[in-house]
Every structure is written in C-alpha cells, then in structure tokens.
Ligand binder design. Structure first.
Ligand code: PLP
Length: 230
C-alpha cells in the first residue's frame, strides 16, 4: 500500500504545481480520491497518507465501506448516477452529492435532508459533451434548474460538475472545461439566493492539470492514485 502514499504525494505535487503555474492558490483545489471498486484497506492507506476526501460511485458499495471506515474519518463525495429512490441513503452518508441533474432528484434530496435536519451540499451535473450515454442536465436547462432548486431549503448548491468526452489528449478536453467554467460564471452573475457556485468539479486522472488551469476546485482522481480498476 506504500505505492498509494507515493502516488498521492505525486498527485498532490502536480496539483500544487498546476495551481502555482496559473497563479491560483493551491488551497482552492481539493483532491478527491476516487475509490470506487477499491478496498477498505486501500482507502485507509490513503487516509493514513493524508487524503481527506473520497469519491464513490455506487451507493451500496460505498455505504458498506463507509460503515467500516467511519463517516467521520473523511469527507465523502457521491459522484455516480443517483436514482431518486436512493436519495435517503445518499443524504445519510455523503457530505457532497455531485450529480444532481433533475428537479425531481433535487426535491427528493431536499425532502430526505429535511427529515434528518441536514443541509445537503450538492453540485449540478451538466452533460458538457452532450453524449447520450452521459448523465447531466443541458447547458440550456441548467439556469432554470438552479433557480428552482435554489428555493429548496435543505440543499445548498455549491457549484457544477462535468465530464468531458474521453479523449486521450488532455488539450482536446480544454474547451469542455472552459465551457463548464463559463456556465458557472454566468450563473454566478445572476446572484441567486442560496446558490454559492464556488465549486467546479472537473478533471480526472488524465486531465486534472488542464482542469485546474481552467478553474477546477475539485479534481476527482482515481486511477492515478489507486491504480487500474478491475
Ligand atoms: C471513476 C470516476 C473518476 C475517476 O476517474 P480516473 O480516470 O480513474 O481518475 C472521476 N469522476 C467520475 C465521475 C468517475 O466516475
């Protein structure tokens, strides 16, 4: 497991360097270690090496691991597709839900958060690549969704999340990150009450440096920390 610590150090250095190079404060960029399909032991090794934020995609798998590790041992981010009927458990276990893309889902999360007296941090997922296989609302529909979701008292809209198409050249994904940052800026200008819009969740193992250059505040890195998933 010492390889996890080594790779975490390398990624943290690269994040810092990327932020420095483009004149951003490295503390603005949170590393989220994506631990889907990785063991409790791997997550614990990462915690021991200093990682404090983890991203998970599958509710059942995630909750079993969080129960074992302890909810308070880290900050937990849900980054997978969320079905409305799983909202209750997602709200109980996760500090952030990155993948809200319909008002129906936002309302269900709000209801479940209200029931346990919680303000749930969420991000709105946008399908920036317009690929049919991907979740997310459209750039055209996002403002309406944000305005409607902003009226829900037990959610706090923290920002936007997006995934570019899979392209091996990180430069080729830059326009998609730019687009997400532009949409965030436009929404921010509206000054909608209860909408923070400080976060941009974008960038993965292959392209997090470019994402940071384009304003990412949350990079979701899996493979580069934990190795390939089976
Ligand atoms: C799996 C996953 C990641 C991490 O991808 P890597 O290429 O392994 O870094 C990031 N974001 C989401 C939404 C994912 O599903």
């Amino acid at each position: 497991m010492s390889d996890i610590a080594d790779r975490l150090n390398i990624i943290s250095d690269k994040i810092k360097q990327a932020a420095d190079t483009c004149g951003r404060n490295p503390s603005e960029v949170q590393l989220i270690a994506v631990s889907k399909r990785k063991s409790v032991a791997a997550i614990q090794a990462a915690i021991k090496a200093g990682a404090g934020h983890f991203g998970e995609n599958y509710i059942q798998e995630a909750c079993a691991k969080i129960d074992e590790i302890g909810k308070d041992a880290a900050c937990w981010h849900f980054i997978g597709h969320l079905q409305s009927k799983k909202s209750k458990i997602a709200v109980e276990y996760f500090d952030y839900i990155h993948t809200v893309d319909t008002i129906k889902l936002a309302k269900e999360i709000n209801k479940r958060a209200a029931a346990i007296d919680k303000i749930q941090n969420i991000l709105i997922q946008i399908n920036i690549s317009a690929e049919e296989s991907k979740s997310g609302t459209t750039p055209d529909a996002v403002l309406t969704l944000v305005k409607e979701a902003a009226t829900l008292e037990n959610i706090s809209i923290q920002g936007l999340m997006g995934m570019p198409p899979y392209l091996s050249d990180p430069e080729a994904v830059r326009p998609y990150f730019k687009k997400l940052a532009d949409i965030r800026d436009q929404i921010k200008k509206e000054n909608i009450p209860n909408v923070e819009m400080n976060h941009l969740s974008m960038g993965m193992s292959g392209d997090f440096v470019v994402a940071i250059e384009e304003g990412s505040t949350m990079v979701r890195v899996g493979t580069a920390i934990f190795g390939r998933r089976d």
